[in-house]
Design a protein around this ligand. Structure first.
Ligand code: 5GP
Ligand code: MN
Length: 347
């Protein structure tokens, strides 16, 4: 599918040829992905650790596609998804794989929204050694693991690619499927506000609304609603807001002690990184979350000048140019020093 359309700038002949080649390669990848789903019978559908709205929306949407095709499947994640994403599962069960050995191993899998295969975490143990994997993703840092790759780096969300796959398969549109797709678009574009909100995104969203997606209810549920513990955490986390001298880098930090003191869960940190990111003049906003003693998850958000995907990748993580993440070893203070210095070097 083209991202530009008639209103875009006139591409150079070489640019137009490149764009056509990319479109053809994507159409071919869609056909191969559709064949993969038709050929196999029993699938594990997995996404990344600490799943977000796009991860859950695309997991559930692939499940609905498989159901339409009459296949058996299980939806799985290594981490329990935040409660607010439950409506996106469209009534399907999602197994959180625990530490106990898996009941059985799948020979075919669909990994959605996973920039690298390690991001499926413990769910890997539920796959046979020689499992065939369909890799559906929009992260530019995806290096193409799996048997079949369905990658589109200019897609706003993985659900946008799953939309194309649904069209390729010709499965009937239903309200639950439309809500999975809409929910993933809504969360990965920050409510249709981020730079990835293209005409194509809006065109797909429009169709999902026509197929019955309740846009208002989904926005309330996925974006607006805050739990009590989330607000209490926000109140305390704001006290940690720090800046470099030139105020081009801003960050907040959440330790395990802070979480415990306000009775907040890990998922209550969702969206906190937008506070440093949204401050006028800030080029890079950061959030440091202590996962375990000595292990800190870092969220990076850029106003556009710094490619945080490249930066996160150099620290063992990945993501998008304007939104990326990584996990570093050390105390929160050490992580702050390491990452803030790395961002300074890029500015
Ligand atoms: P967040 O900061 O919200 O966790 O993640 C922002 C973006 O970066 C998401 O697209 C997410 O998938 C990606 N991301 C976050 N952490 C990691 C990581 O450790 N490795 C990789 N490859 N991507 C990550
Ligand atoms: Mn995504």
């Amino acid at each position: 599918m083209s991202g530009g359309g008639a209103m875009g700038p006139t591409p150079s002949p070489a640019g137009a040829a490149d764009a056509r080649k990319r479109r053809e390669a994507y159409a071919e990848a869609l056909r191969r992905a559709a064949d993969f789903l038709r050929e196999e019978d029993d699938f594990l559908v997995v996404s990344h650790l600490s799943p977000d709205g796009d991860a859950i929306g695309s997991t559930a949407a692939v499940g609905l596609l498989l159901k339409s095709l009459g296949k058996t499947y299980a939806l799985m994640n290594a981490d329990r998804p935040p409660e607010k994403y439950a409506p996106l599962l469209a009534g399907q069960e999602l197994t959180v794989c625990g530490e106990q050995p898996p009941a059985r191993r799948f020979r075919a899998a669909v990994a959605v929204d996973c920039a690298d295969f390690e991001r499926i975490g413990a769910a890997r143990r539920c796959l046979a050694e020689d499992a065939r994997i369909l890799n559906i993703d929009h992260h530019p840092t995806n290096e193409g693991y799996g048997t079949v790759q369905l990658l589109k780096f200019d897609a706003a969300a993985t659900v946008q690619i799953v939309f194309d796959l649904a069209e390729t398969l010709g499965v009937p549109w239903t309200k639950p499927l439309a809500e999975c797709i809409y929910g993933g678009l809504l969360t990965d574009t920050g409510g249709f506000r981020y730079a990835n909100t293209t005409p194509e995104v809006m065109a797909i969203a429009e169709r999902m609304l026509r197929y019955g997606a309740d846009g208002n209810a989904l926005a309330e549920q996925l974006l607006e609603k805050m739990s009590f513990s989330q607000v209490m955490l926000l109140k305390e986390a704001l006290a940690t807001l720090s800046f470099t001298e030139d105020r081009k880098i801003a960050w907040m930090s959440v330790t395990r002690d802070l979480l415990a003191s306000v009775g907040a869960a890990e998922e209550d940190t969702d969206g906190l990184v937008n506070i440093p990111r949204n401050i006028e003049g800030v080029e890079v906003g950061l959030l440091f979350k202590e996962k375990e003693p000595g292990e800190v998850k870092v969220s990076l958000r850029s106003a556009g000048r710094v490619d945080v995907a490249a930066l996160a990748k150099s620290l063992g993580g990945g993501g998008h140019v304007r939104a990326a993440g990584c996990t570093v070893r050390g105390t929160v203070a050490e992580a702050e020093r390491l990452v803030v210095d790395a961002v300074k070097a890029k500015l």
